[in-house]
Design a protein around this ligand. Structure first.
Ligand code: CA
Ligand code: CA
Length: 108
């Protein structure tokens, strides 16, 4: 039986988290600093990882995209992002994969 937990993969972002997300992503893009990148990626990863289990699933990514994109994102687009970012093939994104993906997006 699945254990009950207060935070689920589908928990929507709180207004504070949404604010922190925009604030951090803005800093991440506008102040490229190797010393601060990791800290910012950590904050972002914690926001993405809705249930706090250390990896981002398609369901969690969908929650974020529905919060930050006005038009949301289709399931197949979410699937494509996961597939591109998932380097070890476990169908979810861990912190290292997340960092690699975010830095690639920003620096290319
Ligand atoms: Ca998770
Ligand atoms: Ca993975």
């Amino acid at each position: 039986m699945k254990r009950f937990s207060i935070t689920s993969e589908d928990s929507p972002l709180t207004p504070e988290q949404l604010q922190e997300y925009y604030f951090t992503i803005n800093d991440f893009y506008n102040d490229k600093s190797p010393e601060k990148d990791r800290e910012r990626l950590n904050i972002l990863f914690r926001i993405y990882d809705r249930n706090g289990d250390g990896c981002i699933t398609a369901r969690e990514l969908k929650v974020i995209m529905n919060n930050v994109c006005p038009e949301g994102m289709a399931d197949f687009e979410i699937g494509t992002i996961i597939k591109r970012s998932d380097l070890n093939g476990d169908s979810s994104i861990d912190f290292e994969e997340f960092s690699t993906m975010m830095l690639k997006c920003r620096d290319n």
